[in-house]
Design a protein around this ligand. Sequence first.
Ligand code: MN
Length: 345
Amino acid sequence: MDPNSACDPDSGIFGLDVAPEDAVLQLIPVPWDATTSYRDGAHRGPPAILRASHQLDMQDRALGVPYIDGICMQGGAEELLALNHECRAAAERVIAAAGRPGGLRPELVESLAAVNRGSQRVNTWVYERACAALDAGAAVGVVGGDHASPFGLIRALAERNPGMGILHVDAHADLRREYEGFEHSHASIMDNALRRIDGVARLVQVGIRDFCEEERQRIVGAEGRIVTFYDLDLAERRFAGETWAALTAEIVASLPARVYVSFDIDGLSPDLCPGTGTPVPGGLSFHEATHLIAAVARSGRTIVGFDLCEVSPSRVDPEDEWDANVGARILFKLCGWTLRSQGRI
Ligand SMILES: [Mn+2]
């Protein structure tokens, strides 16, 4: 690969051609968005990000050349697409009936069970791939998919790093219990991580601006296991003159020594992710977000792994690569700061 020229459209992530066994960082693509509640499309995220990543210039002002020892996106995710298609159709029937009085009709009970079985399969699929890559000595990230995608990776990393914290960038709190009946809804990922994975000691949330009463009470009742930096509070403190560097230092100080980064693209301002499933006004700028990721590594903490979720190409114009372009650039920063924090670059 020549880092100064355009790259082969058939090349791998960031224009690299690295076999998984030679890569220092493996990305697991998870084209899964069956439980999306508003509008789907995140299952198209991984191939769109792969394509958009080819046009990145590969020098990073802060990191130099973070790809140098090899980053690859695994193949084989096609096997999830058929399952996603099937489960999405079943989930749409359940979602259409959600909120109606009288509970689910018997045929929808089976549809719901089918979606929950599909979620289990995806979780196992991701977990097994993550364990294999970690045991081979690679760093690992998940590229979703909706925010249910990384559960298996969080489990694999928490087993190896008990006491780890999750830095969660998102517009949504994702603390609903079984949203719309789905055990592994995108809106429940952090509830599931805290409730089902013992090794997760703490959740630190940033950018949260869309949450329900159940979630607010969950945060208040968590006795410090959940620390939420609401988007409005962060914005008002900036208006009052506090710097993002100071706010970032406060966020990072609330994290333990080992940190998993879960990055929902809708944590950014929606002009950076107009195609995402549930966009919300407000949110972080690109530089605020990447400064935060960098600050975790610069503090001496270790980023043990990460996910990037909910990147969805435009429904209006399939040629529009803006969402994937932003996603690829966030992914590049996540890869680089993870490798730097682990002392691999
Ligand atoms: Mn989310």
